[in-house]
Design a protein around this ligand. Structure first.
Ligand code: ZN
Length: 140
């Protein structure tokens, strides 16, 4: 998942003595997630329109080939966006259930800084690192 997908929102500065994942913090991350979801939704709408506009048949076979690969790329992007939207929905429901901000694997606080950079993070940095090492070993 490319990091640049996330528009950098103003980072949340917790007030002194504020507890982790206070209602204000949850509101902050909910806003970020809703914002990303909204933008992704607009991208998908735009893709659909582009594809409809371009559904003309080119007489030149070279044009046709490039049109087809454009479409394949668009479809792949849409698939990725749909998956990301699903992930965002899952993350928002974690906010609702009060599970947001804690590592799915070991239960520690993921941390505000990490969540600002990756609002959909479900693992703490340690578990994520272990996960990546394991993935690499499986790939070998
Ligand atoms: Zn963890």
């Amino acid at each position: 998942m490319p990091q640049e997908m996330y528009k950098q929102a103003t980072p949340y500065i917790p007030s002194k003595g504020e507890s982790y994942m206070s209602s204000k913090q949850l509101m902050h991350f909910r806003n970020i997630l809703e914002g990303i979801k909204f933008e992704l939704g607009q991208d998908i709408d735009r893709t659909v329109h582009t594809m409809q506009d371009e559904a003309t048949i080119f007489a030149d076979p070279n044009d046709r080939a490039s049109q087809e690969s454009d479409m394949a790329l668009e479809l792949r992007n849409r698939d990725r966006e749909r998956k990301l939207i699903k992930k965002i929905d899952e993350t928002i429901s974690k906010i609702d259930t009060g599970d947001y901000g804690y590592c799915e694997s070991c239960g520690v606080e993921i941390g505000l800084k990490r969540l600002e950079a990756r609002p959909t993070a479900t693992l703490c940095i340690d578990c994520k690192t272990l996960d990546e090492i394991r993935e690499k070993q499986v790939a070998k």
